[in-house]
Design a protein around this ligand. Structure first.
Ligand code: C2E
Ligand code: CA
Ligand code: CA
Ligand code: CA
Length: 279
C-alpha cells in the first residue's frame, strides 16, 4: 500500500519530494498573501557618511503569515523567483513603495530617495519602463527619488536588452544600484561599462574591516575601484561604531546598517527626515 511505495524511495528522493511539496505550499501561500494583503514594507535609512545625514531609505518586504508568523524574505523571495509569483511581488512592491513616497510628500516629509529591490528578470522586459513611468505619473512622484536595486548576479551574462532598459530608466532620472556587490563574481573589466550609478558593497565585506587585516585591504580595494569608476558607494550591514569610523576614514559615500537604524515601519522611519508641515 502507501507505506510500501514510500519505502522504495531513497532518502534523497524523499527529501527532494518534501522540498518540492514545501515549495508548492509556499507558492500557494504567496498567492494567497498577495490577495489578502499579508505583505508590508519596512524601510531602512541610508546615511551619508560625511555628516551622517539621512538621505534615503531602502524598502524591504515583510510577510506576516496568519499562522506561521513573520517569514523572512530570504526564505520566500528565492522561491517566488523560481516561479511567476515574483512578478506579483514586484508589482506590489513597486506600487506600495511609490505610494508611500507620495504619502510622505503629502505629509511634508522629505525623503529624498527610495531604493527598491527588484528581481533580475524584471529588468529584461521593457514593460518595466512604462509601468514605472505610469506609477510616477499617477502618484506625482519625481523619478529622481527612485533608485532600483539589481543584484550583481544579473550581470553574469551580458544581455543587450538589459543594458538598454537600464539606460532608458537612467535617462528618465531613475538611479540604478548594484546590490550585494562582491558576491556575484562580475568581471572587473565589465564593471567599467555597466549602466549603473551606485554600488552596494555586500555586508560580508564590511564584516571585519575594524580589525585592520585582510578584510580591510579587500574592502579598501573594492572601494577604490568603485570610486575610481565614479560610482556612488554604499557599505551595507554596518553594525558597530568602529566599522563606521573606518568607513568615514576611507571616505565611503554612504552606509546602511543596524548600528545606525534597523528597518522600521513607515510611521517610525520618518523621524529621521525633515518634516515641513504646511498645515
Ligand atoms: P538585501 O537587499 O541585501 O537587503 C539587506 C538585508 O540586510 C535586509 O534583510 C536588512 O534587514 C539586512 N540588514 C541591514 N542592515 C544590517 C546589519 O547591520 N546587519 C545585518 N546582519 N543585516 C542587516 P532582509 O530585510 O531580511 O532582506 C533580505 C533580502 O531579501 C534582501 O537583501 C533582498 O535580497 C530580499 N528582499 C527584501 N525585500 C525585497 C523586495 O521588496 N523585493 C525583492 N525582490 N527582494 C527583497
Ligand atoms: Ca537591497
Ligand atoms: Ca544587499
Ligand atoms: Ca542580500
Amino acid at each position: 500500500a502507501k507505506s510500501d511505495g514510500k519505502s522504495t524511495f531513497s532518502f534523497y528522493t524523499l527529501e527532494l519530494t518534501q522540498r518540492a511539496e514545501e515549495q508548492m505550499q509556499i507558492e500557494s501561500d504567496i498567492m494567497l498573501a498577495l490577495r489578502e494583503r499579508q505583505f508590508y514594507l519596512d524601510y531602512q535609512v541610508q546615511w551619508r557618511v560625511s555628516d551622517l545625514s539621512a538621505i534615503g531609505v531602502e524598502a524591504l518586504i515583510r510577510w506576516k503569515h496568519p499562522t506561521k508568523g513573520l517569514i523572512s524574505p530570504d526564505k520566500f523571495i528565492p522561491i517566488a523567483e523560481s516561479s511567476w509569483l515574483i512578478e506579483g511581488i514586484n508589482d506590489w512592491v513597486l506600487t506600495e513603495s511609490i505610494r508611500q513616497l507620495a504619502q510622505w510628500q503629502k505629509q511634508g516629509v522629505d525623503c529624498p530617495s527610495m531604493s527598491i529591490n527588484l528581481s533580475a528578470m524584471r529588468f529584461r522586459n521593457s514593460a518595466l519602463i512604462e509601468q514605472i513611468s505610469n506609477l510616477l505619473k499617477r502618484y506625482e512622484v519625481s523619478a529622481e527619488r527612485l533608485c532600483l536595486e539589481i543584484t550583481e548576479h544579473t550581470f553574469l551574462d551580458s544581455d543587450p536588452s538589459l543594458n538598454e532598459n537600464l539606460q532608458q530608466l537612467r535617462s528618465m532620472g531613475i538611479r540604478i544600484s548594484i546590490d550585494d556587490f562582491g558576491t556575484g563574481y562580475s568581471s572587473l573589466s565589465r564593471l567599467r561599462n555597466l549602466p549603473v550609478d551606485e554600488i552596494k558593497i555586500d555586508r560580508s565585506f564590511v564584516n571585519g574591516i575594524e580589525n585592520e587585516g585582510d578584510a580591510l585591504s579587500v574592502f579598501e580595494s573594492m572601494l577604490k575601484l568603485c570610486t575610481s569608476l565614479s560610482f556612488t558607494v554604499v557599505a551595507e550591514g554596518v553594525e558597530t561604531q568602529e566599522q563606521l569610523n573606518v568607513l568615514k576614514h576611507l571616505n565611503c559615500d554612504m552606509v546602511q546598517g543596524f548600528y545606525l537604524a534597523r528597518p522600521k515601519s513607515p510611521e517610525l522611519v520618518i523621524a529621521h527626515f525633515e518634516t515641513n508641515n504646511t498645515k
